[in-house]
Design a protein around this ligand. Structure first.
Ligand code: GLN
Length: 485
């Protein structure tokens, strides 16, 4: 098999046995970026020289006889919403052009401490607002399975990089589905950890009460390895959960006999493409043959999730994005008449259409007289959604549904209809509202395009998600299929 399509745990063995060098592996990824990225648009910045330096440092450790840790020398791509010291971080927005962070996010410090090799910063919907990566302020990304189609979003570039062998693993961020939905559409694994499991320090904020960083990988074992690397308490993030995290690889290779799986009826009916439903139905049969007990469950407040999310997320965004005023970061218009003119023209030009739509929605929802009617009501709905999950988890270990209602749609198809675009998050956003973990794993194909199965669990039950996902993966070979490029 081509080097670039191997997993981190396979490559770790080869690196340790000196069958390949980290430099060779890094060059294979960089060659792949060079060869394909004109078509795929996965990267905003490629950090080739830096990556080669990092790879050579790992080779020196191997040469000195050191036993390297699992992810050392593994090429990783990082969503451009995560701050990297000395390396431009744009959030997919023109308003941050020219911004070079003076510090790195905690997750970056953590992956570099493990000897990972960062090949570049990936394309995304501007400020993570979108479901297709078409809202990138620079260029859209393409789905490697069909380049006329979107890769999903907002972490589209990270999912594409992993699916196309431009990196072995990647980091994304997920506020309403932005890791799981593109992972599903690109045929890779993507996990949104429990809110607070992974530090948000250095993650540029979209909606602070929903945002989480998580892994994108080619298989479940790699997901566990990356989660091991990035999770943990961080005193620099006040919302970071205290306490130790388990070794997530300890949940792999376990049986799932007797595990109770609930299937929310609300996420298998109307609005879900019949081809997607069929694939998920087939996947549930596999899980049942492994001894899982499967039953339907109801999450009755699901129908309010989209409106609640688009009030809460936009409200938080309107205040988070107030800081881009042309003074402290990035872009500023030339020759402003006065300060108001500078603010207004910088923001009008620097932000794209969708971001402006959301700032206006959020500002409106928070304004005096509307706060109670919209924002406060949305918060109450959020609690009801959380209680739906609490009730379901009294009976079930995990819940399963599609990670996306459709397979990858055509470019341009939903760009003129924001509501249709928002509906592509119908099965993922409740997980963020409830703060629980969710993972998407390749479950099969519909019309030649990948379908992801989402597994959701109790807060901090990432281990259980990995256990079920890995049991499924061991019985199937969907994760071993690669796009022809
Ligand atoms: N598509 C959703 C949105 O536009 C979710 C994005 C995300 O998770 N960052 O808000």
């Amino acid at each position: 098999m081509e080097l670039v399509y191997m997993t981190a745990h396979e490559l770790h063995r080869m690196l340790s046995a000196r069958e390949i060098s980290a430099e060779e592996l890094c060059r294979a990824a960089l060659d792949r970026i060079e060869k394909l990225d004109g078509r795929l648009g996965a990267f905003i910045t490629v950090t080739g020289d830096l990556a080669l330096d990092q790879a050579r440092a790992v080779d020196r450790r191997i040469a000195s006889g050191e036993e390297i840790p699992p992810l050392a020398g593994i090429p990783v791509a990082v969503k451009d919403v995560i701050c990297t010291e000395g390396i431009p971080t744009t959030c997919g927005s023109r308003i941050l052009s020219g911004f070079v962070p003076p510090y790195s996010a905690t997750v970056i410090e953590k992956i570099l401490a493990r000897g990972m090799v960062m090949v570049g910063k990936t394309n995304m919907d501007e400020f993570a607002m979108g479901s297709s990566t078409e809202n990138s302020g620079f260029f859209p990304a393409s789905n490697p399975w069909d380049t006329d189609r979107v890769p999903g979003g907002s972490s589209g570039g990270s999912a594409v990089a992993v699916a196309a062998g431009q990196a072995v693993v990647a980091l994304g961020s997920d506020t309403g589905g932005s890791i799981r939905q593109p992972a599903s559409m690109c045929g890779v694994v993507g996990m949104k950890p429990t809110y607070g499991a992974v530090s948000r320090y250095g993650l540029v904020a979209y909606a602070s009460s929903l945002d989480q960083i998580g892994p994108i990988s080619r298989d479940v074992a790699d997901c566990a390895l990356v989660l091991n690397a990035i999770s943990g308490h961080d005193p620099l993030d006040s919302t970071s959960a205290p306490g130790d995290r388990p070794d997530y690889t300890g949940f792999l290779n376990r049986e799932i006999k007797g595990i109770k799986i609930g299937v929310p009826g609300e996420y298998m009916g109307e609005g879900i493409d019949p081809g997607v439903r069929e694939v998920i139905g087939g996947a549930l049969k596999v899980l049942s043959s492994l001894g899982a007990e499967i039953e339907e469950v109801s999450l009755p407040h699901s129908k309010y999730a989209i409106p609640a999310y688009y009030l809460i997320a936009t409200a938080e965004a309107s205040s988070n994005l107030a800081r881009y005023d042309g003074v402290s970061y990035g872009y500023r218009v030339e020759d402003p008449k006065d300060v108001v003119d500078m603010y207004s023209r910088t923001r009008s030009r620097g932000f794209g259409t969708e971001v402006k739509r959301r700032i206006m929605l959020g500002t409106y929802a928070l304004s005096a007289g509307y706060y109670d009617a919209y924002y406060l009501k949305a918060l109450k709905v959020r609690t009801l959604i959380k209680q739906d999950f609490d009730r379901a988890f009294e009976k079930f270990d995990v819940l399963i549904c599609p990670a996306s209602p459709t397979t990858a749609f055509r470019k341009g198809e939903k760009m003129d209809d924001p509501l249709q675009m928002y509906l592509s998050d119908i099965t993922t956003i409740s997980v963020n509202l409830a703060g629980i973990p969710g993972i998407s794993v390749p479950a099969g194909f519909s019309g030649g395009l990948p379908v992801g199965m989402q597994i959701m669990g109790r807060p901090f039950a990432e281990g259980t998600l990995l256990q079920v996902a890995h049991a499924f993966e061991r019985s199937t070979d969907h994760h071993k299929k690669f796009p022809e490029l």
